[in-house]
Write a protein that binds this ligand. Sequence first.
Ligand code: IMP
Length: 428
Amino acid sequence: MNNKTLVVCGIQWGDEGKGKMTDYLAQQADVVVRFQGGNNAGHTITFDGNKYALQSIPSGIFSPHIVNVMANGMVINPKAAIGELEKLEERGIRDYQLFISDRAAVIMPYHIELDGAYESLKGGKQIGTTKKGIGPAYTDKAARIGIRMGDLLDPEYFAERLRDALAQKNMELKMFGKQEMNFDELYKEYLGYGEKLRKHICDTSILLNKLIQEGKKVLFEGAQGVMLCIDNGTYPFVTSSSPTAASVPLGAGIAPRYIDNVLGICKAYTTRVGAGPFPTEIEGDLANYIRERGHEYGTVTGRPRRVGYLDCVALRHACRVSGVTNLSIMLFDVLSGMEKLKICVGYELDGKRIDYVPSCLSALERCKPVYEELPGWTEEITEIRDYDRLPAQAKAYIRRIEELTGVQVAVVSVGPDRTQTINRKEIF
Ligand code: IMP
């Protein structure tokens, strides 16, 4: 088996702990690539007692030997990216390699304004976006009025693109009663960001193809999760890109045949931030217990996350559409101390048992989870590094996940630190 490229892919509604796994695997990688999304992601990485929160910068940034790529499928807020880099530099992370695609879409200030404005139009049906301008930036990309990172390096062309975009965007802002944006100010500011990032901006497709052909180990770092995928998620309560492995070739400018393995990252339970259907959601003491033990508050927005039992119907769906070859179960230690554990094994829709995720939101909202109950365990497991030393009930829980998804669990995470990881199988 060729293990040269690996996609790390969240398979729930985001926040599965991809940052930790990417950082853990990045120690063996030569290249780390972000291929979709933007600074709506919040990847938390903990090592040597320090905690770092990354939003748009790839998780390989801490290792000087790693080539970090922000590829063409991303939407990049250059001001925020520069801010992230400055914060890292203040904390001593100065020796890094970073390449930004000249084809990546730029998030402009009007995207951020319009993100909030369009949300407010939805009344009670708000998506609960991160308000980072992600949706409006992808909308402009599809509408062909987007600005790309490479445009910021060409003053004349950028002026033309910005003028055309602003003509439309100011009409939208006006419609919402918002202040129109000034061409000269935006132009100067963003040209400045282009200059600051100039040394990083290039054709990353050429770079990545070369590195892959040289046999380098490449890690593709997904943001969000498959259930938030614009195509395969719980539409319309989704993000505006596809976090699946299928979006890697397009978002990174490489051939589909270069994808070797896909590591699906999921929590031992489920969380969701923002609105939208969540069949296994729970409230009350148990939800609070999980929320506090798992520190389930958004890294980007600080919002308390909604909490629920593990939903294996959703996991099966995500594994299928993203071609997951192995699973990594995160925050497993959070479940210690729960007397009983429930796993959702199917849904009941209008009195009928189903084993798939319905495409239509109204049907999904009517789905009631069908649970199976498993015994819990009382021991803390944060110090365990050997799979066989886990309590028997913990191993039974993992085995059941494997049976229900048809995918082998390769990694079990028992704490936030790099070292708190049980590795059952070499995957990269
Ligand atoms: P947007 O990506 O900001 O447009 O938000 C769309 C939906 O995706 C909202 O429900 C957000 O809460 C959710 N979302 C976006 N990024 C993340 C993430 O990194 N983790 C979890 N949820 C996210």
